[in-house]
Design a protein around this ligand. Structure first.
Ligand SMILES: O=C(O)CCC(=O)C(=O)O
Ligand SMILES: [Fe+2]
Length: 329
């Protein structure tokens, strides 16, 4: 489709330059995290295998989504829990309507444990999913280490030291499937929010994701780009960096031209080790695990209850010019 009029202007950071410690790329990364909180990560040169693995995993999940609902519901363990999430269980984009996506969340720790509770599409291909998590985690570690260096964070406080691969944490792979995109259905898009975790890495082929531009206070679409992941800072990294890195409000809004097909969005959601202490935007201190559980509870609340707390947007909304209550413009 042609580009929507309002497209976010995000920096593209080259992963292989970052990995080799190129100072100018590290400095561009820092700026992108400070100003926009969202950036493209070009994985073309270095992580081609990772992109292929992600596509294979998505194809397996598409097979799962094609199963009858009663089979899928065997993997539904309740709201906020890992596994399958049916459509419409959270407050969505439009006031009074539910969300427009199914999701499957595959926790890092469950992949490393010897669990058999996955559906066959994952269980029979566990090596692929373990490889995906391990590679995604190592990509995130390169980014965190560059950010620790840039901000002069040392010793145990270094961001990567709070995200060790085998330490218990709620990091996970996610496979979101948005139903055919229309703003008129009963369940629409993904409501405005910030992400609770540290960093997210997402890949998608279709328009839909919008960021609330911190500079302009307006909603801007994030252009899908081949071989480039979209990475964003979450509330945890905002807090761990003493508010120097920006967790930005975003949402998913259907695009008219794409109403004939589903939209898929896959990625790795990096979250801090469970016992990491985090001070939120209200100055309250909790562990990463408590903070995560609290935010997932609020996701399920209706819009009128969500409005009573700033946790859904990480307290970030008041830092930009968004019109309160605006859901669709
Ligand atoms: O589907 C997308 O592009 C974004 C999803 C998202 O914001 C999330 O899962 O937190
Ligand atoms: Fe998000």
């Amino acid at each position: 489709m042609s580009s929507p009029a309002n497209v976010a202007c995000l920096q593209s950071i080259n992963f292989s330059l970052l990995k080799s410690g190129e100072a100018s790329e590290i400095s561009r990364l820092l700026q992108a995290c400070q100003i926009n909180g969202f950036f493209y990560l070009n994985l073309e040169d270095d992580a081609h295998g990772f992109l292929l693995d992600l596509a294979k995993a998505l194809a397996l999940l598409m097979g799962f989504y094609d199963e009858p609902l009663d089979i899928k519901l065997r993997s539904y363990k309740g709201e906020g829990m890992a596994g399958y999430k049916p459509i419409g269980t959270h407050a969505g984009l439009v006031e009074g309507k539910g969300d427009g996506y199914e999701n499957f969340r595959v926790p890092k720790d469950d992949l490393f444990a010897d669990t058999t509770t996955f559906p066959k599409q994952i269980y029979e291909n566990k090596e692929l999913f373990v490889r995906l998590v391990t590679t995604a985690h190592s990509i995130m570690t390169v980014i965190l280490s560059a950010l620790s260096d840039s901000l002069g964070v040392s010793g145990p406080d270094r961001f990567e030291n709070k995200h060790r691969l085998h330490a218990p944490a709620r990091a996970e792979l996610q496979f979101l499937k948005y139903a055919k995109q229309t703003v008129n259905g009963p369940n629409v898009g993904f409501g405005k929010h910030t992400d609770i975790g540290t960093l997210n890495l997402l890949l998608f082929d279709d328009w839909g994701l919008q960021v609330l531009c911190p500079e302009h206070g307006s909603w801007e679409y994030v252009q899908p780009k081949k071989h480039q992941a979209v990475v964003n800072v979450g509330d945890t990294l905002h807090a761990l960096s003493h508010q120097q890195l920006r967790s930005v409000v975003h949402r998913v809004k259907p695009v008219k031209e794409n109403q004939d097909r589903c939209r898929f969005s896959t990625g790795y959601f990096l979250r801090a080790e469970n016992q990491t202490l985090i001070r939120d935007s209200n100055g309250e201190q909790r562990t990463a695990l408590q903070y995560y559980e609290r935010k997932f509870k609020v996701y399920q609340e209706p819009h009128e209850v969500q409005k009573l707390t700033s946790i859904i947007t990480g307290g970030m909304e008041k830092m930009s010019n968004v019109i309160q209550g605006d859901q669709t413009s």
